[in-house]
Write a protein that binds this ligand. Structure first.
Ligand code: ZN
Length: 98
């Protein structure tokens, strides 16, 4: 039987059961290996002011935010777009038969 995805939609390889995380958007509990991780770094200071402060040699701390999304939410929010069926198959076949 053919497979739709080489890695079954996981990023864990042959590792067994992994941790679970909660989707930031809908709250669903999903395996971490299946979740889409989004890293965001935001500055507390206004960008133009931060530029000037940095010029004078100041270190400006930022807020780091890591959030996880389930696949359906990641697609809905525009983080990831599904590839065409043709592209998915081509990539899979290339890796498998090479
Ligand atoms: Zn979700």
């Amino acid at each position: 039987m053919g497979k739709k995805r080489k890695n079954r939609g996981y990023s864990k390889g042959s590792k067994g059961r992994g941790d679970t995380v909660q989707c930031q958007s809908c709250g669903a509990v999903i395996p971490r290996a299946k979740a889409k991780k989004v890293y965001r770094r935001s500055s507390l200071v206004d960008s133009s002011l931060a530029k000037e402060l940095r010029k004078q040699g100041a270190y400006i701390a930022g807020v780091e935010n890591i959030s996880y999304y389930c696949v359906s939410c990641a697609v809905r929010l525009g983080r990831y777009a599904p590839r065409a069926e043709e592209d998915r198959r081509k990539q899979f076949k290339k890796k498998r038969w090479e």
